[in-house]
Write a protein that binds this ligand. Structure first.
Ligand code: HEC
Ligand code: HEC
Length: 508
């Protein structure tokens, strides 16, 4: 943005964009936005948040015991098992370490924590960066969605098919506590793993994970059961069972959180936000007392997540083209996505929920808790977590929030379901490919013109591709919940105008 300052001034002098920026933020200023599709949106109001200490939150996140159970360190220590365990979590054993971590954590892949659990056992589990720590241009970025995680084998399942037979377990040299942790992880991993297997690398099972965790926990006591406690039968609008219920999600970057009054793509989280963040830890939770302990740490974690900001685009930007793009953005996009400035206090973000018929993107995530599985929302709201954060996916209607576009250049693929490989295609809906394949997983191989991943079109349905390593690189938009339709708001732009808007987005 700094580089752009002079252009912004020039633009203001020309008065082309002066005064046209929308301001429906919480500052109370009168909206000055021209009429547009944003008028169909409804503002979601800010609610007070209990925030702890962001420094403590970072330390907890990158080395603390908030996951409460894990694979014994003794098992991890054996290099023969590291590949298997990492793969079970959807990561790689040779993923980079993070500078600034302490003790044994300093040598672990960035998405794993080693910690001493309440019972004294030293264990390893994934931290939030498994899904919320990605790489861009070869560098780990805290808060960026991890688009290289491979959940095609399910989440948390190292492939043992459940607990080990006692005679095998006995050969591992574990004490009783460690055996208990290991058995718990393998048993739950197998249950969760099956439900969370995704079709494509980078596609994230968080929605399916939330579903399976609720299904296996007693709502009132949070006691885990290997059998489903609250079986669910996802249904479509006609009440018919959805056969292939697999919701895919693209983890959003954490630097959006400080601007959003209601987290999640569909803006469903209301009240204090830490309850839904903590739900990811419930895989290990067995009672309310334990959940309450975890919650005390989440005030700090929430404060850290709130403090995350987007990095700057690491490559060159054409300032004149970007200035042209800023004017176009003000007239066509800012009403929904907000305005951006060098100084954060000068920015606005309207916090709108856009109804499904206006945004037109795949409705499955927005409707999951409203049409397909309303019983899960009831479960959540009546549980311990619902006391902290309420899920309101239909308030005032199911829809999606236009995300803040800070650092959006780093967040390919696009849309909540990751169905669009580049911003250029996001702004040109008729050009989007039905089936496409990412060229590779190299985060330095990045298309600066189209702003996103290099891709090639695929002619055959994904399920017909025999070779697994090839198949899991493909995104097929014909599956339920994976449509790439909607967001037509860039369609009327010329190719040059689209390039200009893209150039501007690099400055955010
Ligand atoms: C298995 C992957 C996964 C893990 C682990 C995970 N998340 Fe997420 N998270 C997601 C996905 C995917 C979404 C988007 C879901 C949606 O909005 O529908 C999300 C959404 C969020 C959001 C809302 C962001 C926004 O822009 O609205 C926050 C905040 C968040 N996660 C925090 C956390 C924290 C803190 C942890 C660790 C305790 C965590 N997550 C663990 C995948 C994960
Ligand atoms: C009517 C409101 C509205 C307008 C106008 C609008 N958008 Fe969006 N935009 C949204 C919503 C809602 C989403 C999220 C949709 C989803 O994920 O299903 C979105 C998503 C995006 C994304 C994808 C973010 C990501 O990481 O997945 C980008 C980029 C974007 N918009 C850019 C633009 C640009 C540039 C313009 C102007 C040409 C524009 N939008 C106009 C509502 C709008």
């Amino acid at each position: 943005m700094r580089r752009l300052l002079f252009c912004v001034l020039a633009c203001a002098l020309l008065s082309a964009c002066a005064g046209s920026g929308p301001n429906t933020s919480d500052s109370g200023s009168e909206p000055t936005t021209p009429a547009g599709p944003w008028n169909e949106g409804v503002h979601l109001a800010a609610e007070s948040q209990e925030r702890g200490d962001p420094v403590e939150g970072r330390r907890m996140l990158l080395g603390g015991p908030f996951m409460t159970c894990g694979i014994p360190w003794k098992i991890w220590e054996n290099p023969a098992f590291q590949g298997l365990i990492s793969q079970g979590f959807g990561g790689a054993a040779n993923a980079p370490t993070l500078p600034g971590r302490e003790g044994k954590n300093a040598g672990l892949p960035y998405y794993l924590n080693v910690f001493t659990a309440q019972d004294g056992a030293e264990v390893v589990n994934a931290n939030c960066l498994l899904c919320h720590g990605g790489q861009f241009d070869g560098r780990v970025v805290i808060g960026l969605g991890n688009a290289n995680a491979d959940f095609t084998g399910g989440f948390g399942d190292p492939g043992t098919g459940g607990a080990l037979p006692p005679e095998v377990l006995a050969t591992l040299g574990l004490d009783d506590k460690e055996e208990e942790h290991f058995t718990k992880m393998l048993t739950r991993g197998a249950i969760v793993g099956e439900a969370t297997a995704m079709r494509t690398i980078g596609m994230n099972p968080a929605e399916m994970l939330a579903v399976i965790l609720m299904v296996h926990h007693d709502r009132d006591t949070l006691e885990w059961s290997d059998e489903a406690v609250t079986p669910i039968v996802p249904r479509d609008h006609n009440g018919d069972v959805i056969a292939d219920y697999k919701l895919t999600s693209d983890p959003p970057p954490w630097w959006r959180v400080h601007k959003k009054n209601a987290p999640f793509y569909n803006g469903m989280a209301r009240g204090d936000h830490r309850g839904t963040m903590a739900l990811a830890t419930s895989v290990c939770v067995d009672d309310v007392e334990q959940a309450r302990q975890v919650d005390t740490w989440f005030r700090d974690i929430q404060a850290f997540v709130d403090s995350v900001r987007a990095p700057r685009y690491p490559r060159a930007v054409d300032p004149l083209l970007a200035a042209e793009g800023e004017t176009l953005f003000s007239g066509n996009c800012a009403g929904c996505h907000g305005t951006y400035a060098e100084n954060e206090d000068d920015e606005t973000y309207p916090n709108l929920l856009i109804p499904l018929d206006v945004i037109g993107t795949d409705p499955a995530v927005a409707e999951a808790g409203v049409v397909h599985n309303p019983e899960l929302v009831e479960w959540y709201n009546a549980s311990f977590y619902g006391e902290i954060t309420q899920m309101e996916p239909a308030d005032p209607f199911p829809g999606y929030m236009p995300p803040p576009l800070d650092g959006v250049w780093a967040t390919a693929p696009f849309l909540h379901n990751g169905s669009v490989p580049t911003v250029d295609l996001l702004l040109n809906s008729s050009a989007r490919p039905t089936r496409w394949r990412r060229v590779d997983l190299d985060t330095t191989n990045f298309d600066e013109e189209a702003l996103g991943w290099p891709w090639v079109e695929v002619g055959v349905p994904q399920e017909e591709i025999e070779d697994e390593s090839e198949r899991k690189m493909v995104y097929d938009t014909t599956y339920w919940s994976q449509s790439n339709a909607g967001h037509p708001f860039g369609d009327h732009l010329t190719a040059h105008e689209r390039r200009a808007v893209i150039e501007y987005l690099k400055t955010l």
